[in-house]
Write a protein that binds this ligand. Structure first.
Ligand SMILES: C[S@@+](CC[C@H](N)C(=O)[O-])C[C@H]1O[C@@H](n2cnc3c(N)ncnc32)[C@H](O)[C@@H]1O
Length: 574
């Protein structure tokens, strides 16, 4: 009897009500089930159809939502919610033109329908972003060719698209929701340029045969591959070659003298000049062994070298480590922490990218190029990371010519007179200990303790002097070390024409070119480290005369807590 009366209550309306309650409780799967039950009783129930479409949208099943909405519109062409859901689902799939068409069809029925009016504005904003570069711009055409070439070769990337921020700066965006662990991109092996391929080219073979002593062999081989392919009238790789940037003017090796002036005082300038020389040295080395390589001008070689340094992937194919270009995978821009992960996947016979977290529709899909200081980002990738916690400053520590123990000390550091420590504003980094350890050694007057120091440096597999193993020696030695740190920091700061505060003000200007801005950000990062060390030296020097209690108090919560606790307190106690 009870069963019978229950059946009586099961109507499309009752399922709709129950479905709506579940929907309001955000239980979209249950709502979907209930709407489906209602539709089994009345398949053309337009409210149930658009309500189920709504549940599908919440569950990110947009194609199903489109099917239901289409049916609702077909059943009742005046059912405005059908157009609304259609537009929403299409928008979620980044089919903006279809989405806006449905908005217009809905508004034709009721021009006042507020949800449609709001949606119209949002879709129009989406479309404006999409068309930052005109739809018929030749750059877009090049990417269409690249994508077709990749897809014909078996590549898969159904949920991403390229967005043009400008002609030369592009990024990858999700066209729809991407779930954590989903594979976003597969690039078949046939479309990857590897080091082995570069070595197998006519010039590559001659380079291998000449057994060249190159400073950057991988980068040079891959550059020679690109140059050779570009020179061919018809290259199979043309769709990829065409999308490589034409201008590398944001890379410091191509900075004008004017740009470089913005780096006055910065040790980064030395890195830039070294890079220019290293590339030229590799170029000359290749030309000496393979004279026809001179057909490629040094300028072109240098540009492609920057293309390689900013796009190269290290991977393992068939168990062998290699490096190469992976078209499209190299369109993802950098951000830390990692949002995606990539690898060569033997089972897929290709290079894959997977999402490490849920990625909402429309947002930029990013890759992490690693934790690097801005000098490496700027030099090799042509951009700067703001508030970069991995910035470094190279402190060059020189043995003093007048040091009576110069020769003994020099012999312990392999005949060198100086050592450079790329320090960070972080006492937990090992380089902090190496830097201070080296200064303790450098400031050591009583060399009778050198044998003990050397003994403490010894490790089974690695004999020799290790600065990080040199712990505080004495109060007097540590004082000289801290005075040395202070001097190095002050000297470094004095080299820049502008102060740290002035850099902050300059960055507020709106008339800076990208290169000028990057130079200021670069030197600002260096100065921040120098000031960190200056503060460190001043504080620690002042505490050398304090009592333990005072040092403990100053240490607590300070950025130098570990040093003060483990280096200063034991010295005071001695
Ligand atoms: C692997 S490519 C990425 C695709 C590149 N945006 C393009 O349009 O070809 C690396 C280059 O992208 C740019 N880039 C990547 N991440 C960036 C970021 N976080 N900020 C600024 N530029 C970035 C730099 O010009 C870099 O040399």
């Amino acid at each position: 009897m009870g069963g019978k009366s229950k059946k009586k209550r099961d109507t499309p309306e009752s399922f709709k009500e129950k479905g709506n309650s579940a929907f309001n409780m955000h239980d979209f799967s249950r709502a979907l089930e209930l709407y489906t039950k209602g539709l089994e009783l009345d398949p053309a129930h337009v409210i149930l159809l658009t309500n189920r479409a709504s549940a599908y949208i919440e569950l990110r099943r947009y194609e199903d939502a489109i099917t239901d909405s289409a049916k609702a519109i077909e059943t009742d062409p005046n059912w405005i919610k059908g157009y609304y859901r259609m537009a929403v689902a299409h928008r979620e799939l980044s089919r903006f033109q279809e989405a806006i068409d449905y908005v217009h069809r809905g508004l034709a029925i009721n021009p006042e329908f507020t949800e449609l009016l709001a949606l119209k504005k949002e879709i129009e904003a989406d479309m404006e972003i999409e068309t930052a570069l005109p739809l018929d711009h030749p750059e877009r055409k090049k990417f269409e060719n690249l994508f077709n070439w990749l897809i014909e070769g078996g590549a898969k990337f159904p949920k991403i698209k390229l967005r043009f921020y400008s002609k030369d700066y592009r990024g990858v965006h999700s066209t729809t929701f991407i779930a954590k662990n989903e594979c976003i991109v597969v690039i078949p092996r046939s479309h990857i340029i590897t080091l082995e391929m570069a070595k197998a080219t006519p010039i590559g073979q001659k380079m291998v045969a000449a057994n060249l002593n190159l400073l950057s062999p991988k980068h040079s081989f891959l550059s020679s591959f690109i140059l050779q392919e570009k020179a061919k009238e018809e290259s199979w790789w043309k769709p990829y070659l065409d999308i490589l940037p034409e201008s590398y003017s944001n890379f410091p090796i191509f900075y004008t003298d004017e740009d470089k002036e913005w780096l006055t005082g910065s040790p980064f300038l030395d890195q830039v000049n070294e890079k220019i020389q290293d590339i030229e040295e590799d170029y000359n080395c290749i030309v000496d062994a393979v004279p026809e390589f001179a057909n490629f001008p040094l300028f072109e070689f240098s540009k492609i070298r920057m293309g390689v340094s900013s796009r190269i992937f290290g991977m393992q194919i068939d168990g062998n480590k290699t490096d190469g270009f992976v078209p499209l995978a190299d369109m993802l821009n950098h951000r830390r922490p990692r949002q995606t992960t990539w690898s060569y996947e033997e089972s897929k016979n290709g290079f894959i990218i997977e999402a490490m977290e849920d990625i909402e529709r429309g947002i930029e899909v990013l890759d992490s190029y690693g934790k690097k200081c801005n000098s490496r980002f700027l030099l090799n990738y042509g951009f700067i990371v703001r508030n970069n916690d991995a910035n470094e400053y190279p402190f060059k520590c020189k043995l003093r010519e007048e040091d009576p123990n110069l020769m003994t000390k020099r012999s312990l550091i392999d005949g060198n007179s100086s050592q450079t420590f790329r320090v960070q504003a972080d006492e937990k980094e090992n380089v902090f200990n190496e830097f201070l350890g080296f200064l303790r050694f450098l400031e050591l007057n009583d060399i009778s303790i050198l044998p003990r120091i050397m003994e403490e440096c010894q490790e089974e597999d690695q004999p020799g002097f290790k600065p990080s193993k040199v712990k505080p020696i004495s109060l007097a030695n540590e004082k000289r070390v801290l005075q040395h740190v202070k001097k190095l920091s002050e000297n470094g700061i004095a080299l820049y024409p502008e102060t740290l505060e002035e850099d902050g003000q300059i960055l507020e200007r709106t008339d800076l070119t990208e290169n000028q801005r990057n130079c200021v950000l670069m030197r600002q990062g260096e100065k921040q480290i120098l000031h960190w060390y200056l503060k460190f030296a001043d504080l620690a020097l002042a505490l050398l005369d304090a009592d333990r209690k005072e040092v403990k108090k100053a240490a607590k919560g300070s950025p130098y807590e570990s040093y003060l606790t483990h280096c200063i307190i034991p010295l005071i106690g001695k």
